[in-house]
Design a protein around this ligand. Structure first.
Ligand code: FAD
Ligand code: NAP
Ligand code: SF4
Length: 676
């Protein structure tokens, strides 16, 4: 019988020798656990939880078939029996939960960050300092055998299959695209020669690993770089791969060096399913689509539309391991939705740290915080219903404590209610929905429109008080700061002031950037896929190699100056994987970005600056928006402590510097663990 809510999502997929229980693939994602001391133990726990959560098939992070294929020195590799044996832990744990898992075999090619990196041609990638070695014909043939040996070892280790990573600009993709393959031997030149490497790998893997073994091939269907593949080449490759023995084709979108954001939160949901849909019908094996699919509704709609046979979601299952189970049990509003921020997952991994998740700090590792409270008889007051307070109240309630959550405003969420208004940050609504639903489910008493005072809290007699009262915007000491032109970002985002046509933004941190995006937004339908495609120059007609064309961004309706005092790149502290896209967005809209400025004064004429310590300049602006950081709000701390009540500070109330939602949510959880 088909599922009443998501009939396509929960239709089994028969691969002939094995059946997947639903159409959800947990896509490959490097978590950094792979390289940890207890790596495989931690990975086993991580994947087993997702298997328990009901996902149809999972793919591990990339594992190299040999040393040259490492992503970084001593990265994960599968090239001998002893390495394979260690993976038994992972596969046994997954199978014990009735799950299925494939090992991804990834040869990093010229993206390898080590001196052994190799490529079809010795061309350095624009995002790498390393010039790779050219592979000799002999090494090419040996590498094909290494892929096959790796697949056979994966089988020995208990994996249900492998995924061959042929996209994102890694080695296989480098052979396919003329951009990186300048060879003149049998492995380069004509299209037939350039696809010889992937096809020989596919054949060798099938031969060594056997027929009853899942082989997914991830094809780069849209390179988004110059001299990438043409659409005809993508189709021809897919057909040849099917013939060579692939069971499933997964979609790869964009090389790592592409200057088009493909998974950040500013990318509309499902913005790339058109690519997979274009390939549907060209081959008879199942196709998987991917990128910015984060709800069961979206996944179902894609499948119902015939755009793919399966959907891949990686980060959404990091955010909520029980995504599939909750959808199956018709509890979709309880899903902790991935907001595509990249802050705790990809940004961590790029910085060489283990991945976590902004909305789920326990995504990769359980947090172990010892309880410190013995008297649990009285309720806990949590003052402030921002991310920190909501996370704390929910965890406390889930652990059986009685909780009262206060907020001065008429809605929960704190600053997330401002964040959600930024074009491209609509996903923040989902976190607010999640907390609302879960706090209600776990019977947290919520008191809105209530400013909690020390008197009120003392009168009501709480056992412990958690202060999550957040922050207030910092007002910098600039001459003329009280001028009527000066407004705070909070007023602007709440629509309390109407901002004029010429605007200066003081402070180029995350909020300064967001406010500039908000004020420079030229169109209303920012979540529209077509607008996004035009802005970034995505060639949906696929007339050009790589599927890119000249971007045609709309300019800002206002003239905006985004300013910072410090020298160097504007917005240097923004996330590694998203900051560049924010900068490109503002640049394309014509926002002026200036660093090394000194704010001299604000008067009727505008904002007076001293640039680079020498050049005086007047910006003739109608408004100056202050985004100069924050200060903590914790006025209740002292009186409560003086009255002998145990008080715990979290989020902005504890420390406003370097505050983000990741820290706020994590601290909420930590304190809840202490108190229960
Ligand atoms: P807050 O969110 O400030 O919440 C404090 C709450 O306490 C408020 O609801 C307030 O009404 C309530 N309160 C205060 N005093 C009392 C009282 N006496 N009684 C009752 N209630 C009280 N972070 C990210 O990590 N990533 C982002 O992309 C991001 N984007 C942002 C975009 C914008 C435009 C803004 C403004 C912020 C953004 N942030 C982002 C920052 C993030 O929202 C904050 O770090 C986070 O909200 C801090 O959480 P908090 O719970 O400590 O405080
Ligand atoms: P922030 O990142 O600390 O930036 C504050 C900005 O104000 C800086 O550019 C700083 O740079 C400037 N500034 C500080 N003191 C000043 C003063 N006295 N006078 C003039 N300028 C001053 O803080 P934020 O932008 O308010 O963001 C708050 C938090 O929310 C951040 O921690 C951030 O991580 C998070 N957030 C994240 C995102 C995201 O997309 N990831 C988006 C929004 C917010 P100079 O000193 O060089 O001028
Ligand atoms: Fe999604 Fe952000 Fe969590 Fe990464 S950190 S999984 S992008 S919510």
């Amino acid at each position: 019988m088909s599922h009443p809510l998501y009939p396509h999502l929960f239709a089994p997929l028969d691969l002939g020798f094995t059946t997947l229980k639903n159409r959800v693939l947990m896509g490959s994602m490097h978590t950094g656990l792979e390289e940890g001391k207890d790596g495989l133990e931690a990975l086993a726990r991580y994947f087993a939880e997702r298997a328990k959560g009901g996902v149809g098939l999972m793919v591990t992070g990339g594992v190299a078939p040999n040393r040259q294929g490492w992503l970084s020195p001593f990265g994960a590799k599968m090239s001998n029996r002893s390495e394979a044996q260690k993976h038994r832990r992972v596969t046994d744990a997954v199978h014990a939960e009735d799950g299925k898992i494939c090992l991804q075999i990834l040869h990093a090619g010229r993206y390898g960050k080590h001196p052994f990196a190799v490529a079809p041609s010795a061309l350095r990638a624009p995002i790498s300092p390393i010039r790779p070695w050219t592979m000799s014909g002999r090494l090419v043939r040996a590498t094909i055998q290494d892929f096959a040996a790796s697949a056979a070892l994966a089988r020995e280790a208990g994996y249900d299959g492998v995924e061959l990573m042929g996209s994102e600009g890694y080695l296989i993709n480098e052979f396919i695209a003329p951009r990186t393959n300048k060879r003149t031997d049998a492995w380069g030149g004509s299209f037939e020669n350039r696809i010889r490497f992937p096809l020989e790998i596919m054949r060798a893997v099938r031969e060594k690993a056997g027929k009853d073994f899942i082989v997914i091939f991830r094809v780069s269907m849209l390179d988004l770089v110059e001299e990438g593949s043409t659409w005809d080449e993508v189709v021809a490759l897919a057909k040849a791969l099917e013939k060579a023995g692939a069971n499933i084709i997964n979609t790869g979108i964009g090389w790592h060096e592409a200057r088009v954001p493909t998974i950040a939160t500013l990318v509309p949901r499902g913005a790339y399913t058109w690519v997979t849909k274009k390939l549907m019908g060209e081959v008879s094996i199942p196709l998987i689509t991917t990128n910015r699919i984060n709800t069961p509704e979206k996944a179902e709609a894609i499948l119902a539309d015939g755009a793919a046979d399966m959907v891949s979601m990686a980060r959404p299952l990091l955010a909520d391991p029980y995504f599939v189970k909750k959808a199956y049990e018709r509890r979709p509003t309880e899903i902790n939705t991935c907001i595509a921020c990249n802050q705790a997952c990809l940004d961590h991994v790029f910085a060489g740290k283990e991945a976590s998740c902004l909305v789920n700090p326990q995504a990769c590792r359980p947090m172990n915080v010892a309880p410190v409270i013995t008297d649990r008889s009285l309720p806990v007051a949590v003052v402030g219903g921002g991310p920190a307070g909501m996370s704390c109240a929910l965890e406390l309630a889930q652990r059986g404590r009685r909780v009262v959550l206060f907020d001065a405003s008429d809605t929960l969420g704190g600053q997330f209610n401002l964040a959600k208004r930024i074009p491209g940050k609509e996903e923040f609504h989902e976190t607010l929905r999640y907390f609302r639903v879960m706090l209600d489910k776990h019977s947290v008493e919520i008191r809105l429109n209530t400013v909690a005072t020390a008197e009120l809290l003392l009168q009501e007699g709480y056992g412990q008080v958690v202060l999550s009262t957040g922050i207030k915007p910092r007002i910098p000491n600039i001459e003329g700061i009280n001028h009527s032109k000066v407004v705070l970002y909070t007023d602007v985002l709440q629509g309390r002031v109407h901002v004029g046509e010429k605007v200066a933004v003081i402070g180029a941190g995350g909020i300064g950037f967001d406010v500039s995006v908000f004020l420079s937004e030229p169109v209303q339908e920012h979540a529209d896929v077509a607008v996004y495609q035009e802005f970034w120059g995505i060639d949906t007609s696929y007339q050009n190699r790589g599927g890119i064309t000249k971007p045609s961004p709309e300019k800002s309706p206002r003239e905006i100056w985004l300013l910072q005092r410090s020298k160097g790149k504007i917005g240097d502290k923004l996330g590694k994987t998203t900051g560049w896209a924010h900068r490109l967005t503002l640049k394309a809209r014509g926002v002026h970005m200036m660093g090394n400025v000194l704010y001299q004064r604000i008067d009727d004429a505008g904002l007076h600056l001293l640039i680079d310590g020498k050049e005086e300049r007047l910006l003739p602006v109608d408004h100056v928006v202050i985004c100069a950081g924050q200060e903590p709000m914790r006025a209740l701390h002292e009186p409560l402590e003086a009255a002998g009540v145990p008080v715990y500070l979290i989020g902005g109330a504890r420390e406003a510097g370097e505050l983000d939602a990741q820290r706020a949510i994590r601290e909420g959880l930590e304190v809840a663990m202490k108190l229960s």
